[in-house]
Design a protein around this ligand. Sequence first.
Ligand code: F6P
Ligand code: MG
Length: 448
Amino acid sequence: DQPQWPAYRGYHEYSFAHATMSVRLPTILEKGIADVHLTVNQEYDEDRVKDLVECIHRMEDLLDSLKANDKLRYITDDGAGDVALWNKEIARYFRGKDFMNSPWVFAEAYKYRRLRECFSLSKYWVEYDVFFRQKCDTFARSAEAVFELASRFAAPFSFAEGISDEDKLKTSKLMFRELTQICLWGNSTDLSLLIDMTEEDIKKLQSTGGEHLSATEKNILGNDLDKITDKVASMKGGRIDFVLDNAGFELYCDLVYADWLIQSGICKEIVFHGKKIPWFVSDVTKKDWDWILNSCVYGYLFPEATEEEMDWLRVMGRRWKSYEKEGKFKYQSHPFWCSGFTFWSLTAEAPDLFIELATSDLVIFKGDLNHRKLGYDCHYPYNTPFSQAIGPLASTPGAPPIVSLRTVKSDIVVGIPDGVGEKLDEEEKGWKISGKYAVVLLSEGRPG
Ligand code: F6P
Ligand code: MG
C-alpha cells in the first residue's frame, strides 16, 4: 500500500529534505562526534578508550559517506534484533539507492540506525547515546516553563466539592483543551532543529500561560480539538497511548497531561511508546524516561529554584513513579518505531504492535517525525483529509482513533481548510519549517 502522491526525497531542492540531507544531518553527526570526544577525554581505562576511538572512526566513515552521497548499504548484523526488519526494507525498495534519491524519511532514519551501528559493534559502548548530554542540558535550561506548570499541576487534582455532573464535564473539557495545547506546543523544543538555542529562545517557545495559548490557537491550521475534547471528556477509566516524540521539556509536558488524564478519572492507564535507540536527536529512549522521573525526584538541575518550587517537582515526580509501579503508566518501545518503514506499513510489518494499539481508546502521536511517518511523508494536497493521508492506520478493521499533535516543522501538510496553505505559501516563506504553526488532527478509526 502506498499513496498516489510522491514521497519527498533529498534531491528535491524545493523541500526541507534537501537542506536536511545535505546540511543538517552532517552537522548533527559532527556534533555527535564532538560529544564522543568529550567522553574519550574523561575515560581512563585503555581498553575502553581504544574501543570508543573505534566508534569515532566508524562515525567519521559515516559522515564521509553521507557527504559523498554514497549508496545505502545493508545494516551490519550487530545482534540488535532489528537488523532483519531494516535489511528487508533496504532490499525490497532501496537497493542501489543513495542518501539523496531514496525517500527522505527513510534515508534520515537510516542515518540514525547507521549511527547506532557505530556503537553497537563496540564492546563497551553499545548503549552510548551521543545526544544524551544535549537532552539533559536543554531540560535544565527550561526552568521557567517547568515551574510554571509545576505550580499549577503539582497539587492533586479533584473537582470542587459538590459540583454538578454538568459542571464537572465543563471543567474537564476546559482543562483537557488547555493541556492538549500545552502538550502540543511542548513539541516546539526540538533539538534537531534548534541547535544553538539561547535561554531566551527556549523561553519563547515554552510559554504555557493561558493568554499565550489562546493567541496561538489561531496558528493551529487544521484543528479537530472540539471533536477530540468531546470524545475524551465522555471517557471513563479508559486507556490512552502516547507515541512519544522528544525527551526533556516535551516529555515533561506529556507527563503533566497524562497525569491529569489519570487523576480526572478519564483514564486508568496510559501507555507511552518510546524509542529503542537514540533517534532524531531528541527522541525519548528508556534512559531519558528514567532520567526525567529521577531528576524530578532527586535532581539538582535547577540551582536557582526555590525550595517550594523543587517540592512541586518532587511531588509530581513521586506521583509519576508511583503510577509506574501501579501500572497506570506503562513504558514500551517496539523496534518498529525505529525502523525505516512509515506507519503505512505498521499493520503489515508489526501486526503485534497494531493489535496492541487497537486495544487503546485513543492513540496520540506526538511531533513532526511521527506525522511524517503517519502520512508516508509525501506531497499531498493540503486539503487531503487526515484519515485518508494515514492510509491503513485509519482504514484497517480495528484501527483505533488516532490524534496527531504536531507543530509543523517539515513539508508534509494535510487536513487544513482550502486556501490556507496556498495563502501561506505566498505570504510567509518558510512557514512549514518554523514550528510556528501546528495541526491537531483526528482519525476516528474503524471498528474491528
Ligand atoms: O530532520 C527533519 C525532521 O525529521 C523533521 O521531521 C523535524 O524537523 C525534526 O526532524 C524532528 O521533529 P520532531 O522532534 O518534532 O519529530
Ligand atoms: Mg523528535
